[in-house]
Design a protein around this ligand. Structure first.
Ligand SMILES: [Fe+2]
Ligand SMILES: [Fe+2]
Length: 169
């Protein structure tokens, strides 16, 4: 396939996401099934390593669920907190799993990559504390997900190891 992946840049992605979060009504299950995802997955984001790709895909699914739930965080705080928790548990597990795979493949940038994961997890903890205190905003969640995790990490830092995955598969 000759599909060229151009990663969406972070700030416009966050802006577009916030516009949609503010414009669209929180959907009911039947309309959500047909609505395009707030953060759409693309096959162009695949690394070629099956475990990592499945986990990245799941991260998008859980991210979309947390964003949807964030629209009703004032009226249904428990639903939002549980969606945020599911997302952050998955992110934590994914980082460990990715680090194991990178170690097995002898990735030269492993230490720097682990540091980037640690920094993201520190930010995730801060967001959890804010959520517990009822002080998290949709903007902060959208920025963490769309900018820090998706645009700047999955579609930038992670892509640095894609050639290594393709070499050995
Ligand atoms: Fe990753
Ligand atoms: Fe990563």
């Amino acid at each position: 396939m000759s599909e060229q992946h151009v990663p969406p840049s972070g700030q416009p992605l966050v802006r577009a996401l916030l516009e949609r979060l503010r414009r669209d009504e929180p959907g009911c299950a039947s309309t959500l099934a047909h609505a395009p995802a707030l953060l759409p997955w693309s096959a162009a984001f695949e690394s070629g390593e099956a475990t990592i790709d499945a986990e990245h895909r799941r991260l998008f699914e859980l991210g979309n669920e947390a964003l949807e739930a964030s629209r009703s965080m004032d009226t249904q705080p428990r639903v939002f907190r549980s969606a945020l928790n599911a997302l952050l548990v998955h992110v934590t597990r994914h980082f460990l799993s990715e680090e194991r795979i990178l170690e097995q493949r002898g990735y030269a940038g492993l230490e720097a990559h682990k540091r980037a994961h640690r920094e993201l997890l520190e930010r995730a903890r801060e967001l959890e504390l804010q959520a517990d205190a009822g002080r998290i905003t949709i903007d902060e969640l959208a920025e963490f997900l769309a900018l820090d995790i998706v645009a700047n990490h999955l579609l930038t830092s992670d892509t640095l190891f894609f050639p290594l995955m393709r070499e050995r598969d």
